[in-house]
Design a protein around this ligand. Sequence first.
Ligand SMILES: Cc1cc2nc3c(=O)[nH]c(=O)nc-3n(C[C@H](O)[C@H](O)[C@H](O)COP(=O)(O)OP(=O)(O)OC[C@H]3O[C@@H](n4cnc5c(N)ncnc54)[C@H](O)[C@@H]3O)c2cc1C
Length: 263
Amino acid sequence: MPDYVPEAEMAPRDVVARSILYEMTKTGSDKVFLDVTHLPPHLVTARFPHIYRFCLDCGLDITREYIPVAPAAHYLMGGIRTNSWGETSIPGLFASGETACTGVHGANRLASNSLLESVVFSKRMIRRSQMLEKKDCVWHEGKTPGNKNVYLALPSRSALPEVPSLNLSKLQSLMWDKVGIVRLGSGLGETVGILAAWEKVLQPPSDRFSHELNNLVLCARLMAEAALFREESRGAHFRTDFPHSSPAWLKHIIFRKDISGER
Ligand SMILES: Cc1cc2nc3c(=O)[nH]c(=O)nc-3n(C[C@H](O)[C@H](O)[C@H](O)COP(=O)(O)OP(=O)(O)OC[C@H]3O[C@@H](n4cnc5c(N)ncnc54)[C@H](O)[C@@H]3O)c2cc1C
């Protein structure tokens, strides 16, 4: 890690994840190693008892050997716009946790705040629903802070590519490869086309699995379209063709069904 950033392992998670990915590409490997062998063994077993036991069950003694690791989708920064009460734009629907875009995390996700976030927002949602039971209290549509947010409808895409038949693992691979840790405009452009083509051939949902697949394609498309539209890098959204953050993009992209253009 010191070869990549002076803060080494203490750099933000997205920076560490990108550095690992670059190192894996450079060395043609599917993993890097985490080294805790410099710590006294009793400290490792006392501080990390679960991971110690888990690795031992897999035949790895982490007090003496390196731990193989690879980056994964570690966290998300919202998606469903809420206000600080957890209210969304749909009356009666609250959202909290990683799925919510409250604005409290900024562009990246603040480390080790998940439990605190759950406790605070669950309590606020309960308080708010109690308030709403009173007749003089009205639902407030979720509003996330931002300079001048961009409101869009999902673009309709034509000249769609020929696509292979859709299944969950193909969708996951596409999202990991093109909308994952490192993104590029051309890959995102290709992805929105594939997703729009899949959307066109989706059968009306009939059971739980097909409902989930339909929803996943829609979520994937919202993510890919937003990532393509945002021509900068911010938080864990990193584009190699726009590697720096831009003050012009200090705002949210909000997709709404009832909006047809920018406002
Ligand atoms: C490897 C790793 C390490 C982490 N380390 C830390 C840490 O040290 N400190 C920290 O604060 N945070 C950490 N996080 C982040 C933290 O775990 C998450 O922010 C937190 O768990 C999010 O909680 P959530 O309830 O919003 O979402 P989740 O915990 O993802 O819960 C969502 C739930 O919804 C269920 N679900 C999904 N789809 C459906 C459906 N269609 N129908 C019904 N149920 C569904 C899922 O099965 C899941 O149980 C870590 C995350 C990872 C992956």
